[in-house]
Design a protein around this ligand. Sequence first.
Ligand SMILES: Cc1ncc(COP(=O)(O)O)c(C=O)c1O
Length: 427
Amino acid sequence: MAKLQVFNRLESEVRGYIRSFPVLFEQAKGSLLYDSGSQAYIDFFSGAGTLNYGHNNDLLKEKLIEYLQEDGVVHGLDMATQAKKEFLETFESVILKPRKMEYTFQFTGPTGTNAVEAALKIARQVTGRENVISFTHGFHGVSVGSLSVTANQKFRSASGVALANTTFMPYDGYLGPDVDTISYLEKVLTDTSSGVDKPAAVIVETIQGEGGVNVATHRWMQELQAVCRRHDLLFIVDDIQVGCGRTGTFFSFEKMDIQPDIITLSKSLSAFGLPMSMVLMKPEFDVWSPGAHSGTFRGNNLAFVTATAALKHYWENDRFSKDIQKKEQIIRDCLENIVQSYPNAGLCVRGRGLIQGLVSTKKHELAGEIANQCFENGLIIETSGANDEVLKLLPALTIEPELLKKGMAIIEQSVTEVLTRKTAKAQ
Ligand SMILES: Cc1ncc(COP(=O)(O)O)c(C=O)c1O
């Protein structure tokens, strides 16, 4: 495509999503993206989960424009700004207090991996230990510290240095439904000859987004926290992809009756697609000395403005949560229907809230073929999982029900087209 030539000519081979969606995007509104030819695409990818409130959400955009027009501070290092003050106060009153949570905030560099790096440093400083427990199929970012707790070989092998100080343990369900992976972890930590150095922390996702929409049960998460408490390990929940409302509650673990020592948030925290990352730590773990994790971008004031507006608008009562549950039902019904319609295709569904996966258990490449067909049919959707075997649905939480149904119809139609083509080829 001529319009993409400059990207091919000048941009590194490392570029990724442009290959899945090879058009020039020009505009975006709500759950629709438009290319330069004005073709509309329904967005079921939401900037990899950064746009939980849709593209150019008017409520948030208005606040942002207002702030800029009043010459609010855009870059302020980590100095005190009005935008940051309002964010801190609002997050405390709207999110933490009603959930009886007490945490200290740290604003790290602007992307998710920056928050993970800081969380790991905190755990190591607090305990004086180096090793960290992470889980099979876990994804926590691609800077070296985060990469060492990320499982996927594709990312690990690009590191160029040894990725150390991590022990990977089986995630919930990794060894099949009948194997209790928590008992294994407990045994390894208790046995002084297991070969595993006593860790500083456990880092875990409640749902592994990049790892293939693997959902940990509430009981597994509770037992994992209990293991951490028994062995004096910090319990880090990485809520970067599935926090900020993705599962129907603000934090993904709210119904699990757990209290992580450290929580990492990013992606949809700014609510507008602006880079912003944050670590929440229990106050007793705030062992930083002033400036010890300093940097140029430590809190993005424009992101504070939109984040505050989103918290005030969407999270002051449970209306938004209830609305997300209704949309989850629309998605689940449609995906279950697809699975039942094609009993021989080896498909199954998993997920929670508005992160759902259509898993291709027999022929892994099927998920990618469906994603490509969806794009042809006007829907943006990606795959995840070790073998890209999961069609991952991440629509905006604000998507209109009619558009959601339209997107689901495109998935259904695309599955039919791909499977029909495959059957014809086999004959
Ligand atoms: C759970 C989780 N942690 C960390 C990250 C890294 O975030 P970023 O890509 O912004 O560095 C991601 C990104 O997908 C993620 O899903």
